[in-house]
Structures are given as C-alpha cells and as structure tokens.
Design a protein around this ligand. Sequence first.
Ligand SMILES: CC(C)(COP(=O)(O)OP(=O)(O)OC[C@H]1O[C@@H](n2cnc3c(N)ncnc32)[C@H](O)[C@@H]1OP(=O)(O)O)[C@@H](O)C(=O)NCCC(=O)NCCS
Length: 194
Amino acid sequence: MTPTIRLAKEADLPAIVQIYNEAIPGRMATADTAPVMVEERLEWFRQHDPSVHPIFVCEEAGRIIGWTSLSAFYGRPAYQKTVEVSTYVTTRRHRAGVGTALREHVLSACDRYGIKTVLSFVFAHNVPSIRLNEKFGFAKWGHLPRVAELDGIERDLVIMGKRLAERKSNKAPRGRAAPQRPRSVGESRRGRQR
Ligand SMILES: CC(C)(COP(=O)(O)OP(=O)(O)OC[C@H]1O[C@@H](n2cnc3c(N)ncnc32)[C@H](O)[C@@H]1OP(=O)(O)O)[C@@H](O)C(=O)NCCC(=O)NCCS
C-alpha cells in the first residue's frame, strides 16, 4: 500500500513517541538518553497547533512509519516566521525515501504557514540527518563545539538553516493555514522542493 502523509492526530502520539524512542539508543538523533513516555509528550503535541506548527505523519497500511514537525523557535514574537524542523523515520524503513517524502511535504507546506526560515539542530555526527538537510538545500549556519555529552563523549551541535522563497502574492497571513488533505508519498515526492 502506498504511504500517505497527513496531519497528525492525538491518537497518533503513541506511534510518534515509539519512533522517537527508537532513535535514542543510537545516540545520534536526540539529546534524550532514556525513552520518553507518551504522557510526557502530550504537552509537546498540544503545543503544535496544526494551523501554526503542524506535525505530519507518514502512514502505511494503517501504521505510522515516520513523522515530521515544525516547532516554534524560541517562542518569542519576533521569531514567528522561523521554525525548527524535526524528522524521524522508523528504523526498519530507513533509506527508503520516507524522510525525503516527509521533508518535501513539510517544506512545501511552509508557504501556507507564512514561514520564511527553517532551522535544523543536529549533532555533528548525525550524518544521515545532515545529508537529508543538504539534500533540501540547508546550509551550515552555526557550530556549537562539545555542548553535549552522550555516554561520556562530548558532541558538537550543528545548526543548519534554509531560507525559503519569498511569497509573491498576498496569501492568507501567518497564523491560520488552511486544512490540508492527505497526500500519497508518491504524490508528495513529485512535488517541488522549496
Ligand atoms: C535522518 C532520517 C530522518 C532520514 O530518513 P530516511 O527515510 O532514512 O531518509 P531517505 O531514505 O529519504 O534519505 C534521504 C537522504 O538522507 C541521506 N541519508 C539517509 N540515511 C543515510 C545514511 N545512513 N548515511 C548517509 N546518508 C544518509 C541521503 O542523502 C539520502 O538521500 P539519497 O537517498 O538521495 O542519497 C532517518 O535516518 C532518521 O529517522 N534518523 C533518526 C532520527 C534523526 O536523526 N532525525 C534528525 C534529527 S531531527
């Protein structure tokens, strides 16, 4: 069955958390060092108002196989048009184009959300994520040396960023994006990257 990408529902949270937790032992994706509980992530989920900071899931045969989110950067008004992107794909489906499809989907949605700048915070040793960012035209904007310690090893954090194309028309102002119909991964992959 062709995977589809749609806005996440609260009922998807256990699957979202499970995929997040899969990434923790690898010590590459996140600064969390122990599995998180679904209840702990409920507030995070609810902070992602789908009309401002969406979470999208990729679903295949009724199962969530990956997700991506746009989160507030600092949460202060002046940073309203800047977001942080996160993308997680279940380990068993790595390198099958799911991360690419999710990124294409979320980046092409940014215009509707009035977003101008997308940031990605990644450990310098997270090669898959850095490559994924580069594939979408993100450049290295910052390097924070040895700011994290994972299993006794100090790790660098890289800030990657992408400035999106300027809007040409006077579309809906930022803050309320129109609801979006689910799209198949194939359809999403045919879409243009911003
Ligand atoms: C990063 C991640 C989302 C990529 O998802 P994916 O579905 O495997 O990615 P894709 O198959 O679409 O590959 C996209 C690109 O990423 C790069 N990439 C993915 N895995 C890679 C690997 N193991 N080594 C090197 N490059 C890799 C490649 O450039 C690839 O493009 P290509 O296939 O055209 O060469 C996935 O590895 C993941 O979930 N990692 C754990 C979570 C994480 O680190 N998230 C980032 C922090 S928010």
